[in-house]
Design a protein around this ligand. Structure first.
Ligand code: FMN
Length: 323
């Protein structure tokens, strides 16, 4: 496999909203272009393309990780052509190689090992120093990872996720859009959320950070996990100081950097974007819980006995994403 195929094969493992995989890759002699695929944007939930750009940012970071694994030194230019707003980034690399170090090899190994956790965590604390390390990873991509303190702040954020989840269920257009990305058992589809990736009944934590109701009463999904995993884990907000498309791409790169480092440390992550898709709730979180920085993702981090169990996520083949 050549450099470009190797790097794109890794990049498609990035997380994306509802596993929409809203990206395409253009190839040149010594560069790869990352394009946003607007046809895969969530028209109701994501009118501005914020979640689309976060997803593309995550794919961009994964490309960089794969290139480093091969020893190349990647350079990414965001939005290099103002007349082509779908061209999110051009990644090129120097002619010389420098072998990947152990940290870079671990980040690459986490690309396929990582997956989104949907549920609570056991009582075990995170390995010492995890939050400080992840905060640094986010900062390296120009984003902030804030730990939300247990007590009033965490309860208020849980209440915002609950309100968001209820509001999404009440809105028929949003519920229909979500249903479009929930894949039936035995479907040959290679995008969307398959039943092996979520519990049949949304899991509950204390305080409750409800998951999205992918099953929606159809009976699809995994059997309930063993009782006892009720902790929300370490609840964090990923935020940026501004809220333009380049900030969303930065948030996506930071998100994947945090998720890969966490996975490399044996820490699982659950993601919640429900309240961030609703302007009033998003603004409440920004003002009350994020010191007026722009919240881009709610991330719960923890240790789970389920690690490696729900590996049901699927991806489209390279032929569909390589231009
Ligand atoms: C912008 C964004 C928003 C997301 N929001 C949620 C969410 O609200 N709930 C959830 O369970 N997963 C969420 N995810 C995770 C995706 O569903 C997940 O990345 C995708 O299904 C692929 O699965 P994987 O991460 O296990 O590879 C989000 C991911 C991104 C990038």
């Amino acid at each position: 496999m050549d450099t470009i195929q190797f790097a794109v094969a890794a990049a498609v493992h990035a997380p994306s909203v509802h596993n929409t995989q809203p990206w395409r890759f253009g190839v040149g002699e010594r560069h790869i272009d990352v394009f946003a695929d607007a046809g895969r944007r969530l028209r109701v939930a994501d009118p501005d393309g914020r979640e689309l750009m976060i997803s593309c940012g995550a794919a961009l970071f994964t490309l960089r990780v794969a290139l480093r694994y091969l020893g190349w030194l990647p350079h990414a230019r965001l939005f290099p052509d103002s007349s082509r707003p779908a061209l999110v980034a051009r990644v090129s690399w120097d002619e010389d190689r420098i072998a990947a170090d152990p940290y870079e090899r671990e980040m690459y190994a986490a690309v396929t090992a990582r997956h989104t956790h949907r549920g609570g965590f056991g009582a075990a604390p995170l390995p010492a120093g995890t939050i400080a390390a992840l905060r640094e990873e986010a900062a390296r991509e120009g984003a902030m990872l804030r730990l939300v303190a247990a007590g009033d702040q965490r309860d208020a954020l849980a209440a915002a996720v609950q309100a968001g989840e209820h509001a999404l269920r009440l809105d028929g257009n949003r519920a229909a859009e979500l249903a479009d990305w929930v894949v039936a058992p035995d479907s040959p589809r290679r995008d969307g959320i398959p039943p092996a990736a979520y519990p049949a009944e949304p899991a509950h934590t204390e305080p409750d950070f409800p998951g999205r109701d992918f099953a929606a009463g159809k009976g699809w999904g995994l059997a309930a996990p063993a009782a006892g995993e009720r902790s929300p884990g370490a609840v964090c907000l990923l935020a940026t100081s501004a809220n333009e498309p380049a900030d969303w791409v930065a948030a996506g790169q930071a998100l994947q950097r945090v998720l890969l480092r966490a996975a490399a440390c044996g820490v699982a992550a659950a993601l919640h974007s429900q309240p961030l898709e609703l302007p009033q709730l998003r603004d409440f979180i920004r003002v009350q819980l994020a010191a007026r920085a722009h919240p881009q993702m709610i991330i719960r981090l923890g240790v789970t006995g389920q690690a490696g169990a729900d590996t049901g996520s699927v991806r489209r083949p390279l032929g569909e994403v390589l231009l």
